[in-house]
Design a binder for this molecule. Structure first.
Ligand code: SF4
Length: 238
């Protein structure tokens, strides 16, 4: 007798849920610093372990998409994709130092150095991609999607700032949304915007201020959560 279906499912789930290097990273990076919710950032800074999400599969598919794109870039013919010459993939960047915390670093997905362009791959659902496209077309956006966009755009600003600080000039940023349940190119949406050093500086200052408050004894849970955060809305925490 071979493996039963149940065993196979156990094996697959076990593999998918095993800790990766990225999961082991306990320090905050651009994806937390950009979170509009101060409570979330405070908890992350204080090292409060996060409950594993009940909705973990989307994140794993996201990781798989990132790995696929990395592999495709690695094997790409530069004659066909000249913009990839001198590109930086998952290059570690230093955002700064926090006293008694250490170095705060991150890894932007892709910098096209010659084009001064930064790209962040995002996986999403088709319905959300449609909402983002509608926002681009009409300016209409709901509160949850706006929260997500604010977070992602801030994350892009931080990446661009980190790259600029190491001498890699960035002028434009793109968030490329790939629908996990999409069927073709209509389910890929790209949001382009300009890099503004000022935005990144504000995010860094907020982080420093928050860290100083935490060090002076403020409890991370005393900060208010954000009503538009999807996580808390579904867990009923706000
Ligand atoms: S509101 Fe959302 S972002 Fe804020 S602490 Fe709760 S889960 Fe985290």
């Amino acid at each position: 007798m071979g493996m039963t279906g149940l065993k196979t499912k156990e094996l697959l789930i076990g593999l998918l849920q095993s800790e990766t290097e990225r999961d082991k990273q306990r320090k905050v990076g651009a994806s937390q610093i950009s979170n509009p919710c101060t409570k979330h950032l405070a908890m992350a800074l204080a090292g409060v372990p996060q409950e594993p999400s009940k909705y973990w599969l989307g994140g794993k598919i996201g990781t798989a998409v990132h790995l696929l794109i990395e592999d495709l870039i690695d094997k790409a013919d530069l004659a066909q994709f000249p913009e990839l010459e001198d590109c930086m993939v998952e290059q570690k960047i230093i955002l700064g130092e926090l006293q008694d915390y250490g170095t705060v670093s991150s890894k932007p997905d892709l910098a096209l150095v010659k084009d001064k362009h930064l790209i962040d791959w995002k996986t999403t659902k088709r319905d959300e991609a449609k909402r983002i496209q509608k926002w681009l077309d009409t300016g209409v956006i709901n509160a949850k999607t706006e929260y997500t966009m604010k977070k992602y755009m801030a994350q892009g600003q931080l990446y661009a700032w980190g790259l600029s600080n190491m001498g890699v000039e960035i002028e434009t940023i793109a968030l490329a949304f790939i629908s996990r349940d999409g069927t073709n190119e209509a389910d890929i949406v790209v949001v382009d915007f300009e890099y503004h050093e000022e935005s990144a500086l504000q995010l860094w200052t907020r982080l420093e201020t928050l860290w100083d408050e935490l060090r002076s004894g403020v409890h991370p849970e005393s900060y208010a959560g954000d009503a538009n955060c999807f996580n808390c809305a579904i867990n009923g925490l706000v």
